[in-house]
Design a protein around this ligand. Structure first.
Ligand code: NAD
Length: 264
């Protein structure tokens, strides 16, 4: 377990879910890990669990990134994982509309501020911090939603499509600069994390809702955060030195065909 030995990695949104699993897996593979999140309480306790450094970082804040850059000017791996759907919280308890007809501009912008501005600012810092060694790996967590339209989560889908495309611009830019800084996007779908809680809800119908949500997934189950982390370890490692500008789906087969899999 030393595929990332002597590497320093920074993970955003690492307090829970996919980011936490990636940070833990990186540590297990020997990396020095800086786990960051807006959530200081859970971020600190998660980092303490496996010997990572915690720093509070709101990815949409340029000032926060500048603070991180001053403290950690050199980096080998960056995972831009922090993301929001827009359904997380609302004053009324009812999630705001996110369809293209009714979404408010403020709600649209709030999603883009984290998913899109956050990834842009992260990549900008990452390139600078990796330029010193002339190599490194930037991993952007996009989504299946960045590859298809999602009518009820239009801001999320558009932001994740932008993450996919920006990944390719970063990859080509770094190559054009003769830098061995790679940039790739991971496109998860249906990974069981706290992000799903507002959609799954509580009560006796939860199991039914869970089954309904993966009914169109060929593997008929939610993926685990560890499965996504394994892919991130590969992209972070020197086994992936010829992979750049790529988009890798981890979705139980959803995008392999149409939603309705014949024979089921
Ligand atoms: N879970 C899935 O099925 C799934 C599918 C596709 C894509 N994704 C993507 O994977 C990533 C992680 O998702 P998850 O399911 O683990 O979500 P999650 O909600 O469980 O965790 C997200 C983390 O990001 C942090 N965060 C939110 N806003 C932030 C900000 N402004 N700055 C820094 N941190 C912030 C949260 O505090 C939280 O710790 C996201 O980018 C998400 O869009 C997840």
């Amino acid at each position: 377990m030393s595929r990332l030995e002597k590497k320093t990695a920074l993970v955003t949104g690492g307090a829970r879910g996919i980011g936490l699993a990636i940070a833990r897996a990186f540590r297990e593979e020997g990396a020095d890990v800086i786990l960051t999140d807006v959530d200081a309480k859970n971020g600190q306790s998660s980092a303490d669990e496996f010997g990572a450094i915690f720093r509070q970082l709101d990815v949409s804040s340029e000032a926060d990134w500048q603070r991180v850059e001053t403290e950690f000017p050199v980096l080998d791996v960056l995972v831009n994982n922090a993301g929001v759907t827009g359904f997380e919280s609302s004053a009324t308890g009812t999630p705001p509309a996110h369809d293209p007809e009714h979404a408010s501009l403020a709600d649209w912008r709030a999603v883009h501020a984290v998913n899109n501005d956050g990834t842009f600012l992260g990549c900008r810092y990452g390139i600078k911090a990796m330029r010193r060694n002339g190599c490194g790996s930037i991993i952007n967590i996009s989504s299946r939603s960045g590859l298809v339209g999602i009518p009820m989560a239009a801001a999320y889908a558009a932001s994740k499509a932008a993450v996919r495309n920006h990944t390719k611009s970063v990859a080509l830019y770094c190559a054009s600069q003769d830098l061995a800084i790679r940039c790739n996007s991971i496109h998860p779908a249906a990974i069981m994390t706290p992000m799903w809680e507002p959609m799954l809800g509580e009560g006796p119908d939860r199991a039914e809702r869970e089954a309904a949500m993966v009914a169109d997934t060929p593997l008929r189950r939610f993926g685990t955060t560890e499965e996504v982390a394994a892919l991130a370890v590969l992209l972070a490692s020197d086994e992936a030195t010829y992979i750049t500008g790529a988009e890798l789906s981890i979705d139980g087969g959803i995008l392999a065909g149409s939603a309705a899999t014949p024979g089921r």
